[in-house]
Design a protein around this ligand. Structure first.
Ligand SMILES: Nc1ncnc2c1ncn2[C@@H]1O[C@H](COP(=O)(O)OP(=O)(O)OP(=O)(O)O)[C@@H](O)[C@H]1O
Ligand SMILES: [Mg+2]
Length: 167
């Protein structure tokens, strides 16, 4: 169900990291969390957001072939009424050709039977349902960065809240 509650994104990220760090896939991956203390809470679906962060970290691990660093940052932009998250890895980065198709369902560069190419299309859907956006950062050199912007209160949620109030 599409249930949104006031959510602490740092806590959700921390939970994902704690779960993944125990997996052998992540034994040679360093995860750095540059999370803003007192990050503003957002209205979101914690389960869906957990799926987003897990997908990004699994992709990074695949790209780095199990060895490297993932840096996650969070920051509140109160003027823009949003929270900005970045996930950066030390893998080979993303070529312009791949970047163009990266959020399309079934787009994968992995061998048949390894990747379905659905991970980032699910990520895209979740972020957009939250009224947010996701883009691939274009830093020169190796390493990929994904930038997520989530509104503090997504437009989609406001009518639901109002409906309940006047029902
Ligand atoms: N951090 C990253 N660094 C380099 N390439 C990436 C990164 N994340 C995603 N990609 C590229 O984007 C493609 C699509 O990613 P997506 O998560 O949608 O599918 P997948 O990982 O291939 O398969 P699935 O997630 O369904 O198992 C990947 O195959 C890979 O080429
Ligand atoms: Mg994937």
């Amino acid at each position: 169900m599409d249930e949104r509650v006031l959510s602490d994104v740092n806590e959700i990220i921390g939970h994902c990291v704690a779960l993944l760090q125990h997996q052998s896939l992540f034994h040679n991956i360093e995860i750095i969390q540059n999370l803003e203390s007192d990050l503003t809470q957002i209205l979101g679906n914690p389960g869906e957001l957990e799926q987003v962060f897990t997908n990004l970290m699994l992709n990074a691990t695949d790209a780095m072939e199990g060895r490297g660093r993932i840096t996650i940052s969070s920051a509140s932009e109160l003027k823009a009424k949003q929270v900005v998250l970045t996930f950066t890895d030390t893998g080979p980065g993303i070529s312009p050709e791949v970047r163009e198709k990266i959020f399309e369902p079934f787009f994968t560069t992995k061998p048949v039977g390894v990747g379905t190419g659905l991970g980032l299309s699910v990520v895209y859907g979740v972020i957009h349902r939250h009224g947010g956006s996701i883009e691939v950062g274009s830093t020169p050199g190796p390493g990929a960065t994904f930038i997520i912007r989530l509104p503090l209160e997504s437009q989609a949620v406001i009518p639901e809240v109002a409906d309940q109030g006047f029902a």
